[in-house]
Design a protein around this ligand. Structure first.
Ligand code: ADP
Ligand code: MG
Length: 147
């Protein structure tokens, strides 16, 4: 995907952006989502899930770290690592089968597990700017290549 900067002014717009990205996402893609609490990571994720063809409700799997959805055109692995204590919890979940599998991965709070991110991923950063209004969000999309 091309690097880009999108500005939204409502949750519906952020959802729609996620939906479009989900529609085009290739199996094997890893998305990381960075942004403070309440910026819209889950709203974006819900849109992306719909774009993949998932109709069941998607919420933040806060206490489980990983939620798997098999309903769409490929598996969807939704991580929310906000409450992760130790990186070994990711091994216990079997994250490698997800990161390097044939589904789409999305990781909320990916900055907390930086050391195990794959060599290539699409980084999405959401931020507020209260000067531009309570519902304004700046969404940056950037292809990242580590190593
Ligand atoms: P996070 O997962 O980043 O903690 P959520 O997606 O759960 O955040 O919540 C975002 C909140 O911000 C929701 O209550 C949503 O209605 C609100 N909101 C207001 N404007 C926007 C916007 N432009 N994009 C996304 N969410 C927005
Ligand atoms: Mg969330």
């Amino acid at each position: 995907m091309e690097d880009k900067l999108i500005e939204t002014n409502s949750p519906e717009e952020t959802f729609e952006l996620g939906r479009q990205i989900g529609q085009e996402a290739a199996a094997g893609t890893v998305f990381t989502l960075i942004g403070d609490l309440g910026t819209g990571k889950t709203v974006f994720t819900q849109g992306l899930a719909q774009g993949l063809g998932i109709t069941e409700p998607v919420n933040s799997p806060t206490f489980t770290i990983l939620q798997v959805y098999e309903e769409g055109r490929c598996p969807f692995y939704h991580f929310d690592v906000y409450r992760i204590g130790d990186i070994s919890e990711m091994d216990e979940i079997g994250y490698e089968d997800c990161f390097y599998g044939d589904g789409v991965c999305l990781i909320e709070w990916a900055d907390l597990i930086e050391e195990i991110l794959p060599e290539h991923f699409t980084e999405i950063t959401i931020s507020k700017d209260l000067k531009k209004g309570f519902d304004y969000r700046k969404i940056q999309i950037k292809e990242r290549y580590l190593g």
